[in-house]
Design a protein around this ligand. Structure first.
Ligand code: GTP
Length: 401
């Protein structure tokens, strides 16, 4: 054979081998070190969830495990997504895009504030109108009155000759209410188990039905993947099989594994096994989705407390995120207080702030609970979740849409 032809063939073969190796490395980067699939558990291989008797079983509003037996837990490797995995949107462009959603006429709070700035003379009726708008945008009576009083005294009641000054004063006073001093970072530091071994950061996501918990877990997984973290999801919403399926779809798109149980499985067992798998696989963060539950159902709230306690036998829970639907107003506050008391909520995710939501709830919920809003959901798109930033939020409200 011609030597040149031979060299060409060898070169091509080498190229194909190198390209294959590079692809394998890229794919395995996201799937690293996961333990082999959790084997189906035997009854004598019980997790602490099986042995804790805190009276949450039974009753009409507890989630009952069929047959009383531990169903097999399944760790689901991510579905390969052809031709590759999603690349989640980078934080900077996400913020710019989402800021526009908060701005302008669609938002009642923004509308009220912009109307004030549009006046060249502010009379008593205007102040009354503003106060009413603030209250109806869920800012709450106390904060609304405070804001109007502060503005009245700073803008000297009788007309604003300089709209630039009015805007600056309004911004400063609003920012005080939203409170830029709160620590809004997610607590994602690794923990340590009873043997002194490192454990993944554990984030539990809780809330009433339909607020957007599963969606938030999916979106948050994308944020963390974009930050190059290894993530594992625990589908502890065993009440609704579709929730675990939904979670798998989110996970599959970014190459993240999911631990799930059979429908009706004990959610505490599933959560425990997810954290155990995460620890064995040395992932950075385990996100636990829990079933929606009414804050008024004592049995279900006890169960949630149990899920947290059982996880904590394996790893500390660094963050408990309460997902609130921003459109539910005062009702959201009542829910929030009860969740806070049961699972010690450390951060609020306010979803559905897009559209016609009343952004004032941010201030009320933080005041009432002393817990910061850490994330906001601004749409149904996969990357429509953003870290909450007080100054960004206020600036968005004061921007014409
Ligand atoms: N417009 C808008 N819709 C959202 C947002 N977040 C979630 N949703 C929608 O809210 C609906 C409920 O979301 P889920 O994530 O299924 O809610 P969930 O809390 O897990 O529901 P349960 O498991 O039944 O308690 C879905 O249609 C989501 O697309 C948001 O920020 N904006």
């Amino acid at each position: 054979m011609d030597l040149n032809l031979l060299a060409l063939i060898i070169g091509l073969v080498a190229l194909v081998v190198v390209a294959g190796a590079v692809t394998a490395v890229v794919v395995s980067r996201r799937r690293r070190q996961l333990p082999p699939s959790t084997p189906p558990r035997q009854l004598d291989d019980r997790t602490p969830a099986d042995t804790e008797d805190d009276g949450t079983r039974g009753g009409t509003d507890t989630l009952v495990r069929p047959g009383g037996e531990a169903p097999p837990l399944v760790e689901v490797e991510p579905e390969p997504t052809a031709p590759g995995l999603d690349v989640p949107e980078a934080p900077a462009s996400r913020m710019a895009r989402l800021r526009r959603r908060l701005a302008g006429q669609d938002n009642a709070l923004s509308r009220g504030l912009l109307a004030l700035l549009a006046k060249d003379r502010i009379d008593a009726d205007t102040w009354d109108e503003l106060e009413e708008t603030l209250i109806t945008s869920d800012l709450g009576v106390g904060p609304s009155t405070e804001l109007v009083e502060a503005l009245r005294s700073r803008l000297k009641v009788d007309g604003v000759s300089d709209p630039g000054t009015a805007r600056r004063v309004l911004r400063e006073e609003l920012l005080k209410l939203v409170d830029p001093t709160m620590d809004r970072s997610l607590r994602l530091e690794p923990g340590v188990d009873a043997d002194g071994e490192p454990t993944p950061a554990v984030v539990m996501v809780v809330g009433v039905n339909g607020t957007g918990k599963t969606t938030t877990v999916g979106k948050l997984a994308r944020v963390l993947v974009a930050e190059d973290k290894d993530v594992l999801l625990g589908a502890a919403d065993t009440f609704r099989a579709a929730a675990a399926d939904q979670l798998e779809t989110w996970a599959g798109r970014v190459g993240v594994p999911v631990v799930r149980g059979a429908e009706g499985a004990d959610p505490a067992s599933v959560a425990f096994d997810a954290v155990r798998a995460g620890a064995e696989g040395q992932v950075d963060v385990v996100l636990i989705d829990t079933a929606g539950r009414l804050h008024s159902k004592a049995g279900l709230m006890d169960e949630l407390g149990k899920v947290k306690r059982v996880i904590e036998r394996r790893a500390p829970v660094g963050e408990v995120l309460l997902v609130l639907d921003a459109t539910t107003g005062q009702n959201g506050l009542i829910q929030a207080r009860i969740f806070r008391d049961v699972v010690d909520v450390s951060g609020i995710v306010l979803t559905k702030l897009d559209g016609s939501a009343k952004g004032g709830i941010v201030v009320q919920v933080q005041r009432e609970l002393g817990v910061p809003v850490k994330l906001i959901g601004l749409g149904e798109g996969v990357d429509d979740l953003a870290p909450f930033d007080a100054a960004d939020f206020v600036d968005a409200l004061l921007t014409e849409g």
